[in-house]
Design a binder for this molecule. Structure first.
Ligand SMILES: Cc1cc2nc3c(=O)[nH]c(=O)nc-3n(C[C@H](O)[C@H](O)[C@H](O)COP(=O)(O)OP(=O)(O)OC[C@H]3O[C@@H](n4cnc5c(N)ncnc54)[C@H](O)[C@@H]3O)c2cc1C
Length: 901
């Protein structure tokens, strides 16, 4: 392609410019539009699929749901997980606004797991605090957001430019006034004039090189190359905690999370090669990662996610989540190795290093309104330094940024000063210089080399000597990077990304050198300075670019806590920021001009015209009438795509259209419609006409359709008890399973109990679970029957359900007897059921269960004994359990004793 002149450019203008259309960016755009601002959303990929969200979320990692946790607990937990170095005001925003965000997302159509009574099914994943809210359809969140972005009221205010990638934020008199970038498909040069700029470009995920060696095989979404970190730095904003890296547990050789959050509540756990649980740390933190790395490197490595001990049904359910919601390729990966959760535990490893506020604590320094230190510039999501903010924090800070930016705009378009041409020319040079040198080293080679240095000299354990080499290498590589060659707009994008990665690498190395202590476990493990030094380092370490181009470090005292945490003392009110010695300048070496390479023609992609038509139609927000012809198309692929379009757009009357598709002649279309109805359940109107539209499908010959309709009727509270009673007689166990759930929602204990002798084990287990959920003591007879069943898993579920009905006499004695059952699942169920029995009956047998040979039984016993901890003998036993060989048992015992009776 030809290099366009700096004057030959597309000039855009808006009130609020949002850079990055992922989690935080889409929310920022929606909120700013709702506040009346004209918004421009620039995304270098396509908003429909881009960012971490589109890779599938299995749950909200950090929601404070009223009644399940308090904001104060959450703030204290995050403070501990970050060794005291937090601005609690920012964390407090996530704690107090997260629940409203969950509700808002639900209004948009995102689904969160609830029990049959509609209560949020919050899970306790860490040993302290219950903040995890599973999302059974987490794969659809991005789709839902995209739909909202294109609703007429938002669409009129938000202009989306996909495949446009800013490389620099423009500033004038110290204020952010726009950005400059290019179109990654056409190569067109683009400038934007804006009243405020919100950076939401995600983590710096392509910093370290993954163990697999693949450049894009990263834990993070690989398009997140640290663009926003570099843009904020060059605009003069402060970044913080860049020495506190992100390192996560993941599946060895597969770029996906190990998903302990999903597997652990099902009974999975992490073990070393000896089969022993080893993680002692309570929180997801650098300390936990240090324990994981130590175990991998020890004679007890490698480590595994243990699943092979779980029953077949549980593994099928797990596969249903991990191989769809989390990552569809995950099943293929295991199958390719000939592995199955029934036969092989999953080998785990640790990820490459990255910079990420969401999972650790590094990023652009922001206050509780998402403001950076540059007026008019905001940062939100993984890019911003708000520790352990994850998805819900990205939404909350996107919302905060959108609201604040739209209320504090600089001059309106028309009265703004001209954009700074010197900065525009410098950005133009940064973008297009690889075209002058088309035969220069290609980006993959240069990037590989750069990230190898990151692994060798920056990744922990860190030492001064290694970090010095790193700084020197990154300075040397500036010239190599400036000499990279490219021929197409796509290659220009990759080359620009390498400059961002280099900037982040240098910031990471210099910050790691400057903080002369070890902190945050593995995240900042200085092997040459192994101790934590609170006297010198109870400070944030911030960095910024001085006007002369030098990198300057500032020690900022931790602000007084909103929620005191006794382990930490923050510096007194007199302590102020301390500017440290500046490091040598970061600058970009110029490259000699050479003739531009010839443009390559774009490749055409073959597609059926009807499918392409539909794709274009989807962009216009069509109504049901416009999609109807495609639903009647002779080709089932087109009909399936029409169902997908209906789901994406969710126009008025969508329920009726999908209900009709449930009767389609082709199974794949029917199933797509069934899935779509489940996906849209939060936005479907719960009205009698919708019930009328869905009801005929209860007579479908397709069991998947019948089951889905029952599920939707239950969730919308549109299904009468009679409908579910009828469905209990269905020939297919999946339909009967939904029938049981519907009856539980009606609190119809007698009818649920009638299914206690169902032929399917899954249904019988659901009956036991449902009777426990309803909690009617009259269910004692039915549960007594299930306890006598032949199947171990059914008996286990029935014993566990006793906790829901108060573990009445004489079933309490039966549960005590079951503590000697040969099946560990039954013993675990009995232990859980006894948590609700009287102390006289339960406390002694539960204390004995602390000696059970199976670690899950002992863990359950510690948790059940928490209810009886005011009994002296129980407290003694819990104290002894702190020496248990199993890490989980020890940790739960510690918590049982520390919680106030
Ligand atoms: C594998 C994985 C699993 C996770 N699972 C969970 C979970 O189950 N629960 C949970 O709570 N959290 C989870 N998280 C964390 C959560 O997804 C993130 O914290 C959150 O989505 C971050 O949002 P963001 O907007 O900062 O980044 P993203 O959503 O990644 O968005 C960044 C966007 O910026 C765009 N972009 C980057 N550079 C530029 C540029 N120069 N110009 C234009 N656009 C640009 C990118 O293309 C991308 O669309 C997970 C994260 C990962 C990686």
């Amino acid at each position: 392609m030809e290099i366009p002149s700096a004057a030959d450019r597309r000039e855009l203008s808006c009130d609020v410019l949002v850079i990055g259309g992922g989690t935080a960016g889409t929310m920022a755009a929606i909120t700013a539009a709702e506040h009346g601002a004209s918004v421009l959303l620039l995304e270098k990929a396509h908003v429909r699929h881009s960012g971490a969200l589109a890779m599938g979320m299995d749950g909200v990692n950090n929601a404070v749901i009223p009644g399940k946790a308090t904001p104060e607990d959450y703030v204290a937990e995050i403070t501990r997980a970050n060794d005291g170095i937090v601005n609690q005001r920012t964390v407090h925003q996530t704690a107090t606004r997260g629940f409203a965000m969950v509700k808002r997302l639900e209004r948009y159509g995102v689904k969160f797991e609830k029990d049959e009574h509609g209560e949020y099914a919050v899970r306790r994943v860490h040993r302290s605090g219950s903040y995890v809210l599973p999302m059974p359809e987490g794969k659809d969140v991005k789709k839902v957001l995209y739909r909202v972005l294109r609703q007429r009221s938002i669409r009129e205010k938000v202009q989306i430019e996909n495949r446009v990638m800013p490389v620099r934020v423009l500033t004038s008199d110290g204020r952010a006034v726009g950005a400059v970038g290019f179109d990654t498909r056409s190569g067109e040069f683009v400038t934007v004039s804006a009243g405020a700029v919100i950076l939401a470009t995600g983590a710096s995920g392509r910093l370290g090189l993954p163990a697999s060696g693949y450049l894009y095989g990263t834990y993070e979404n690989p398009t997140n190359a640290g663009d926003g970190h570099a843009m904020a730095y060059h605009a003069g904003a402060e970044l913080s905690g860049i020495e506190c890296f992100q390192i996560n547990p993941l599946i060895k050789d597969y770029n996906g999370p190990a998903c302990a959050y999903v597997a652990n509540p099902f009974g999975g756990y992490q073990v070393n090669a000896d089969g022993t649980r080893f993680v002692d740390c309570d929180y997801w933190s650098g300390q936990m990662m240090a324990e994981v790395k130590q175990e991998i490197d020890s004679a007890r490595g490698p480590i595994y996610l243990k699943l092979t001990h779980l029953p077949d049904e549980t593994l099928t359910a797990l596969e249903g989540i991990l191989h769809t919601t989390e990552r569809p390729t995950r099943g293929t990966f295991h199958a390719g190795r000939g592995h199955d959760y029934r036969t092989h535990d999953v080998e785990m490893h640790i990820s490459e290093i990255g910079l990420c506020g969401g999972h650790s604590a590094s990023g652009v320094w922001v206050d509780e309104h998402a403001r950076t230190t540059v007026p008019g510039l905001y940062a939100a999501g993984d890019l911003a330094c708000v520790p352990h903010n994850y998805m819900i924090g990205a939404f909350v800070f996107g919302d905060l940024a959108g609201a604040h930016a739209s209320a504090h705009l600089g001059p309106r378009a028309g009265s703004r000063a001209a954009l700074p041409e010197d900065q525009i020319r410098a950005a133009h040079e940064l973008i297009y210089r690889p075209l002058r040198n088309p035969d220069g080293p290609p980006q993959p080679q240069v990037e590989y080399k750069l990230r190898r240095f990151v692994n060798d000299y920056v990744a922990p354990p860190k030492t001064r000597a290694k970090l010095d080499i790193a700084v020197e290498s990154f300075a040397r590589m500036e010239a190599e990077i400036a000499g990279m060659g490219a021929r197409t707009p796509h290659e220009l994008m990759r080359c620009a990304e390498v400059t961002f990665i280099r900037d982040c690498a240098e910031m990471a190395a210099r910050s790691s050198l400057t903080r002369t202590e070890s902190r945050w476990g593995l995240y900042h493990d200085r092997a040459d300075l192994p101790e934590r030094d609170d006297a010198a380092w109870m400070y944030h370490l911030n960095l910024r670019r001085r006007d002369d181009g030098a990198m300057e470090f500032v020690k900022r005292p931790v602000a007084p806590y909103l929620v005191p945490v006794e382990e930490f003392t923050v510096p007194g009110p007199g302590a102020g920021p301390v500017v440290l010695t500046p490091a040598p300048a970061m600058s970009f070496a110029a490259v000699p001009a050479s003739p531009a390479g010839a443009a390559r023609p774009a490749m055409a992609i073959g597609r059926s015209p009807r499918l392409l038509e539909l794709q274009e139609l989807a962009e216009t927000g069509p109504g049901v009438g416009a999609i109807a012809p495609y639903l009647a198309d002779p080709d089932p692929k087109v009909r399936r795509a029409a169902v997908a379009t209906l789901t994406e757009v969710a126009p008025d009357g969508v329920a009726g259209a999908l209900a009709s598709a449930l009767a389609d002649a082709h199974g794949s279309v029917r199933r797509a419609a069934a899935t779509a109805l489940r996906e849209l359940v939060e936005v479907l109107p719960a009205t009698p006409p919708v019930r009328e539209e869905l009801t005929p499908a209860l007579r479908s010959e397709d069991a998947i359709v019948r089951a889905a309709v029952l599920d939707v009727l239950r969730a919308l509270r549109l299904g009468s008890q009679a409908v579910f009673e009828d469905a209990l007689r269905d020939a297919d166990h999946r339909v009967r399973l939904q029938a049981v759930r519907g009856l539980v929602a009606h609190d119809a204990a007698d009818e649920v109990a009638r299914a206690a002798d169902d032929a399917s084990r899954e249904v019988r287990m659901a009956v036991a679970h449902g009777l426990g959920t309803i909690g009617d003591p009259a269910a004692a007879g039915a549960l007594g029957g299930l306890i006598g069943a032949a199947d171990d898993l059914v008996r286990a579920a029935a014993f566990e359900a006793l906790a829901g009905i108060g573990c009445p006499h004489p079933l309490d004695l039966t549960a005590v007897g079951a503590l000697h059952d040969p099946a560990w699942q039954v013993r675990t169920g009995a232990v859980r059921g006894l948590a609700a029995a009287s102390a006289d009956v339960a406390s002694d047998p539960l204390v004995k269960a602390l000696d059970d040979p199976h670690l899950d039984v002992r863990k359950a016993a510690v948790i059940s004994l928490t209810a009886f901890r005011d009994v002296a003998a129980v407290r003694d036993a819990l104290s002894r359990a702190q020496d248990d060989p199993d890490a989980d048992v020890r940790a739960y015992a510690r918590h049982a004793l520390s919680e106030a009776p």
